[in-house]
Design a protein around this ligand. Structure first.
Ligand code: ZN
Ligand code: ZN
Length: 332
């Protein structure tokens, strides 16, 4: 089977992923094997390829928004899935199930969590393995290409809105407008929120307005209202004080990023007034179940640009340079 693999991290401009032929993997204990149909391209993949975060071993096949059909079951699988079922594989590949975090239902914080396309090979490939307990059933009404962006950008965006304490009808700021923000916007609109979008890309501003944002501008601009809540999607720490300055007392700022540049020193006044600043660290299995249900009900429509598997390097580059509205999806 073919896979696009990372051997040596470095600039995405140097086409870091190499097309390799590998043996089809055999599923082990509690594992499913999927024939991959679609795999979303996430900023985390770019961070991995460019060496900003470090997988424990190389080479690795990235990709953690995987839609596929199960073609083999490993030993001791339950009856949750059967051969021929469609399933989605998110970033969380597995967690220990017994630590204090797992027992609290915060398995995304498990110190022994393993991540798809980081600790184990992911979906930039024709075939991959997943743990049956963490694979997500997909609503039938969502197509393969539409489901892929939901599995990280969508689920983590949904968790970000929750951790930003967003209530129906509130004023929400979205800072950066890529894959995750354009899906979060649709959920927030469904909840009757007014949305203000901050991005330097003129195309992304128009995309936000087309999807129903009330206002779109740059991070240096002042929106027409103070924000109740905001989520930063851009991996740029310098945006934190600028965004806090737009939030009302008692409001919340959540940072949805696995990696960000340092947050500069800032006056206490920006967070005084009982503002909350917090990070979002991927998502739990329950977030995935809830969000996919909601996405089918709203329905959430992902804006996608598709690429063949062999053009994964180009997809990463286009994402790096904000040349894509919504999300890049590899069709396999
Ligand atoms: Zn654990
Ligand atoms: Zn991701």
């Amino acid at each position: 089977m073919r896979a696009m693999r990372l051997f040596q991290p470095g600039s995405a401009e140097d086409n870091r992923l190499k097309l390799i032929d590998l043996p089809v993997p055999e599923p082990g204990l509690h594992q499913l094997r999927l024939r991959v149909h679609a795999c979303g391209v996430c900023h985390t993949d770019l961070h991995t390829v460019e060496g900003e975060i470090h997988p424990p071993a190389l080479p690795i096949t990235p990709g953690h928004q995987v839609v596929g059909v199960i073609d083999a079951l490993g030993a001791e699988c339950s009856e949750r899935f059967k051969i021929g079922d469609r399933a989605g594989v998110p970033w969380l590949y597995s967690a220990c199930g017994s630590c204090e975090f797992c027992l609290r239902g915060e398995e995304n914080l498990c110190p022994n969590a393993q991540f798809t396309g980081f600790h184990v090979d992911g979906g930039y490939a024709e075939t991959m393995l997943a743990r049956e307990e963490y694979a997500l059933p997909l609503p039938a009404e969502i197509s393969d290409v539409q489901a892929a962006p939901l599995l990280c950008a969508g689920i983590v965006g949904y968790r970000s809105l929750r951790l930003a304490d967003l209530n129906p009808g509130e004023k929400l700021g979205l800072v950066g407008f890529g894959a995750s923000a354009h899906l979060s916007l649709q959920v927030a609109r469904h909840w009757g929120c007014t949305i203000f979008v901050f991005t330097r890309s003129v195309e992304h501003r128009q995309h936000a307005l087309d999807l129903g944002a009330a206002w779109a501008g740059g991070i240096e601009d002042t929106p027409p209202d103070l924000l109740d809540r905001a989520v930063i999607f851009a991996p740029a720490g310098w945006m934190v004080p600028l965004t806090l300055g737009k939030i009302r007392p008692g409001g919340t700022l959540a940072i949805n990023a696995i990696h960000t540049t340092p947050i500069p020193e800032m006056p206490y006044q920006l967070i005084y007034g009982e503002r909350t600043l917090r990070s979002v660290a991927n998502a739990t299995y329950q977030d995935g179940v809830e969000f996919l249900h909601l996405a089918a009900e709203i329905p959430v429509r992902a804006t996608v640009r598709t690429y063949p598997l062999t053009e994964a390097n180009q997809a990463l580059l286009d994402m790096k340079h904000s040349r894509i509205n919504g999300e890049a999806v590899l069709m396999i």
